[in-house]
Write a new protein. Structure first.
Length: 226
């Protein structure tokens, strides 16, 4: 068989390389969130005082996720140790596993307009923001379609402990990286915002609670794109 350049289909090889390059470029665009796409949930400001709430006991679900916990020798790591001293049942790993489950429940509840579930996991101020967004969506006859394809990673980024009149307040910032399909559709089922392509989202959640106080559990105090 003759493999000389005279008989080798160079033009076909060049076309194949160009097609492969364009495919990779398209994948890189569709695989990341772009500016015209809205966050899956309304952006809220962090509450200053953790409310007294019932303890949320949840179990982890879904595929293996990367959990990033600061080392005990770091400032954030030492604050996590301080939380454990106030609550012996607290461990950073289990906390992140619970956040993973609550994340799926809150994102799903917001898309479905399930206010009862949202009340369970949100502070009153954050719930008011979510409720207003759902009400506006319903008034416009729109529907939110959100599917979490995978949760890739959860990382504890910061911890704050504040002495309050009602007890010691703890706030933990968690970055959540997930792959989602998220879009808003009009009454005819046509997309208004977002895309049905799988998109990577990076969100920063702040969860707060009162330590050493009976009936106090972690609740979402802020949710924003990161």
């Amino acid at each position: 068989m003759d493999f000389s350049l005279d008989h080798f289909p160079v033009d076909l090889v060049l076309l194949a390389l160009v097609a492969a390059f364009l495919a990779l470029r398209l994948r890189s665009v569709l695989g990341k969130r772009v500016g015209i796409q809205p966050p899956p949930m309304p952006v809220t400001a962090r509450a200053d005082v953790p409310p007294r709430v019932a303890e949320n006991k949840v179990e982890p679900t879904g595929p293996t996720v990367e959990y990033d916990v600061p080392a005990p020798g770091t400032r954030v790591g030492q604050l996590l140790v301080d939380i454990h001293k106030q609550d012996a049942t607290f461990t950073p790993q289990q906390f992140l596993m619970s956040v993973q489950t609550v994340f799926a429940q809150v994102v799903g509840a917001y898309a479905q307009g399930n206010r009862d579930v949202l009340k369970t996991y949100l502070t009153p101020a954050v719930y008011a923001s979510f409720d207003a967004a759902i009400t506006a969506r319903e008034a416009a006859g729109q529907k939110q379609r959100t599917e979490i394809q995978a949760v890739r990673a959860l990382a504890i980024e910061d911890v704050r402990l504040t002495q309050l009149d009602v007890g010691l307040g703890a706030a933990v910032d968690v970055r959540i990286v997930s792959d989602q399909i998220s879009l808003v559709e009009d009454q005819a089922g046509q997309p208004v915002t977002g895309t049905d392509a799988v998109t990577e989202f990076s969100d920063l959640w702040t969860l707060e609670r009162l330590l050493g106080v009976g009936g106090s559990g972690w609740r979402l105090a802020a949710a924003r794109s990161a």
